[in-house]
Design a binder for this molecule. Sequence first.
Ligand code: PMP
Ligand code: GLU
Length: 395
Amino acid sequence: MLDISLSHRAQSIKPSPTLAVTAKAAELRAAGKDIIGLGAGEPDFDTPDHIKKAAIKAIESGQTKYTAVDGTTELKKAIIQKFKNENNLDYEMNQVAVQSGAKHSLYNLFQALLNPGDEVIIPAPFWVSYPDMAKLAGAEPVIIKTTIEDSFKISPEQLRGAISDKSRLFVINSPSNPSGVCYSEQELAALGEVLLEYPDIMVVTDDIYEHILWGQDKFLNILNVCPKLFERTVVVNGVSKAYSMTGWRIGYVGGPASLVKGMNKIASQSTSNPTSIAQAAAVAALTGDQSYIHESTSVFKARHDFVYENLMKIDGINCLKGDGTFYSFPDMNGVIQAMDNIRNDIELAEFFLEEAEVAMVPGSAFGAPGCMRISFATSMEKLEASMERIKRVLA
Ligand code: PMP
Ligand code: GLU
């Protein structure tokens, strides 16, 4: 067989571990095992009907051709309105663009901004794709570590300590995947103060969990509390989590026109426009009835409370109350230390998968070894069963 050696670029990264756990759970289920999947990073609800109908209408009315690379006028206008109404941010048409999922928005941003040798400052625990996306752009991820004692949030001193003359981009994700915690207004302002001292550093705020929030009255990103960063901040968002539209692949950005133009150039030579039909559906999502958001968030909150209370009852597990998202991120170092045959969170996740038939993503994938990400985007019935199984195998 021909030995095909992959590019250094492809060799420098690993497959997305969150997607890998979900795939592994599906494979074991197909082989007849009764696996409960707590790995999935997507809402378990169906996409609301009015959104699906808009997509069907788009197909039937012939919206089946290429659109502008950066998205249809209609969708871009809806995004501008969304940013204005919900985030108090003003953008022009050349400052917003649509991509095939927020993951793709981030990818194109990293590609358009970063050069080899640039550093990307990423607080841990982080969403799995940020460091590898930095590497794909030839840049170096600089990870700021936090622990459960810090509520998994970085301090202004830590941010300052991570900055060098190579720093090019700072990534913030609040509410956070995987920790579920949210930075407060004061905490964001303190980080903003540090960033204002370093005008060469760009900022990306990944607001994808904006709506899945209960720990604060109102969602705020770093730009809301530090408007002076406007010229060098990119806001990333999408419809995947807010409207249970993960499969539709629509993400979008608001940011400096020149940078957005660079992202569009990259899209024009790679993917072209995001799917025309999904764009029509995203218009319906952003402009239509918003009740789904409130309904789903209250369900996630109830599940969060259940998972939190149950985890806290288990010896060796320490957990924070989350502010939002559909993840809990318990510290399981106590459990690992108490078990003779388990050395780390990866082995512990394997143990849970084999012995309890419960799939979770080990904290190492997020830069926080010893922790475990539990997605509660699944039914209460399955959550109850999984908590029972975890307790049983640890007893
Ligand atoms: N950012 C974070 C923090 C996420 O959890 C996800 C979900 N995979 C994304 C971005 C990307 O979402 P999508 O590509 O589905 O819009
Ligand atoms: N964001 C989700 C997760 O963290 C989806 C999987 C992925 O895109 O990596 O699980």
